[in-house]
Design a protein around this ligand. Structure first.
Ligand code: CA
Length: 197
């Protein structure tokens, strides 16, 4: 009897193995391998525009102010003037009051037509308006107005930065004059970066 059961079980096992093979082959024939595409950037549906596309564009030409000697009459707390053109938007200069002038020595004479003022792009920096004027000089003593004082809106939606475009002119020294800041969190002017192009 045991021998009969053993033979019967072996037969059933063989039958099961025989039946399973075609099924596995059938599964293999219907599986389609889809390889994920190589991605080097996040995919964004067209209905969700990239916030960076809304940023105020900065000139792609050389920033003549980057790391050049900069001076101001004063600064608040630890927000020293060297922060104003160190190439980092997470460091900033803040004045103790108004008017507040930032003078940048370009260390050479260049044709310039734009001054950009940036704050930290983080939305923690709530919208504010700063009134700003730009003057240019060839000798650091006599200045000519390039852009008269005007209100500029800073908003994280547009990169927390503004650009002041003016008639191209030769300049060796650029003076950026801040006259007002609408932020309730400071008594002075603020600039994470000032660029001259
Ligand atoms: Ca900075």
């Amino acid at each position: 009897m045991k021998r009969f059961l053993c033979i019967a079980l072996s037969a059933l096992l063989l039958l099961a193995l025989t039946l399973s093979s075609p099924a596995e082959e059938a599964i293999e024939t219907v599986v389609t391998i889809v390889r994920t595409p190589e991605q080097d950037h996040a995919e964004r549906p067209p209905c969700f525009p990239d916030p960076a596309d809304q940023f105020i564009p900065l000139p792609e030409t050389e920033n003549y102010a980057l790391n050049k000697p900069a001076s101001a009459a004063n600064h608040a707390d630890v927000y020293v003037i060297k922060n104003v053109n160190d190439g980092k938007t997470d460091t900033y200069w803040e004045s103790k009051g108004f008017p507040a002038e930032v003078v940048i020595d370009l260390q050479g004479s260049f044709q310039v037509s734009t001054v950009a003022v940036c704050l930290n792009p983080s939305s923690i920096w709530e919208p504010r308006i700063q009134e700003i004027a730009v003057q240019l000089s060839l000798d650091g003593e006599t200045y000519a107005e390039a852009a008269q004082a005007a209100d500029y809106q800073f908003s994280a939606d547009t990169g927390n930065r503004i650009r002041i475009d003016f008639t191209p002119a030769e300049a060796a020294v650029v003076k950026v004059i801040f006259l007002k800041n609408s932020s309730s969190r400071t008594m002075g002017a603020q600039a994470a970066e000032i660029g001259v192009y």
